[in-house]
Design a protein around this ligand. Structure first.
Ligand SMILES: Nc1nc2c(ncn2[C@@H]2O[C@H](COP(=O)(O)OP(=O)(O)OP(=O)(O)O)[C@@H](O)[C@H]2O)c(=O)[nH]1
Ligand SMILES: [Mg+2]
Length: 289
């Protein structure tokens, strides 16, 4: 039986999380068009007859505000490269190869494992830089796969190439497990995605979501009560002005975040969801992530 780890790495916004979700067939990792959406490594576990692959979605490599790259993020990428069997390096052919891409490429240059270049977003009409990426692929990678994570095309070719590269071994995770996230962490991420979408311009990264509890209530048909999850969650921000923005006039924004998150959770969990959502100012929230 095959078993191993495949890391998904690349610049911010190239579609790494979208790809992870496609590979696993469910929404594990949140997706927005805000750079640095993914904050920590998320494992997505794929089990097939051949074996198990643990795909690791990583925070995008992004130039920091002062022209440098965030040290903590780079350290995380480097640390994650230990013990990896395959590198899936994702690029966006609508963006040119600049210094950021070259830096990201340099992070994996020395790694002596199978390296697959994924040219994502091939559904886009304008892909002016695709030949540049193909050239890098031919030079530095074991194989190149062009696909669309968004539309789900050519995903199977990638799965096959990764499975091929996995060593023999026992599964790392139980065969019925999909991710390393707890249910609380996963629900917090879904809420964070909705909050990023709603309040994007104003509150990009000054925000953290904590789920305090998820209580499952069994259906009680005699009293007309359906099966339900009761979720208590808080959006923490590091300044009062952000709290005001997230709440919105008359609570408009927070209600919208709660309502969109609840609907998505109900769809995925196939159950009624009651979501109690609050916004709090907590200057120490950075310590929590
Ligand atoms: N057209 C198109 N858009 C895509 C595709 N894959 C992802 N996107 C979009 O690209 C944006 C970024 O997607 P993410 O999956 O969040 O990208 P990421 O690389 O995980 O980003 P970070 O977590 O910030 O590093 C979103 O708006 C996606 O909808 C694709 O195949 N085609
Ligand atoms: Mg991501």
């Amino acid at each position: 039986m095959k078993s191993g780890f495949a890391i998904i790495i690349g610049r911010s916004n190239v579609g790494k999380s979208t790809l992870l979700n496609r590979l696993i067939g469910t929404k594990l990792s949140i997706v927005t068009n805000v750079p640095q959406t993914t904050r920590k490594n998320i494992h997505g576990i794929l089990n097939t007859e051949e074996g198990q692959v643990v795909f690791i979605d990583t925070p995008g490599v992004l130039k920091g505000g002062h022209g440098g790259l965030s040290g903590q993020m780079i350290d995380q990428v480097k640390e994650t490269l230990h013990g990896i069997d395959t590198i899936i390096y994702v690029v966006d052919p609508s963006r040119s190869i600049g210094s950021e891409e070259r830096y990201t490429l340099s992070l994996i240059r020395g790694a002596e494992v199978t390296k697959i270049l994924v040219i994502n977003k091939i559904d886009l009409k304008d892909k002016p830089y695709i030949e540049d990426y193909r050239a890098i692929g031919a030079e530095e990678f074991t194989s190149v796969i062009e696909l669309s994570a968004g539309e789900g095309t050519h995903i199977k070719s990638l799965v096959n190439a990764v499975m091929e590269a996995m060593p023999e071994g026992e599964p790392v995770y139980p065969m019925n497990q999909r991710t390393n996230l707890t249910k609380e962490e996963w629900v917090a991420e879904i809420i964070r995605e909705k909050a990023l979408n709603e309040a994007r311009a104003e509150v990009p990264y000054a925000m953290h979501v904590v789920v305090d509890s998820i209580v499952e209530k069994e259906a009680d048909p005699s009293r007309g009560k359906p099966h339900m999850f009761v979720v208590s969650a808080r959006i923490l921000v590091n300044a009062d002005r952000y709290k005001k923005m997230l709440i919105g006039t008359g609570g408009r924004i927070i209600k919208e975040i709660g309502s969109v998150a609840r609907k998505e959770l109900e769809g995925i969990l196939d159950s009624k969801v009651f979501l109690d959502l609050e916004v709090e100012t907590d200057e120490k929230w950075l310590r929590l992530i």
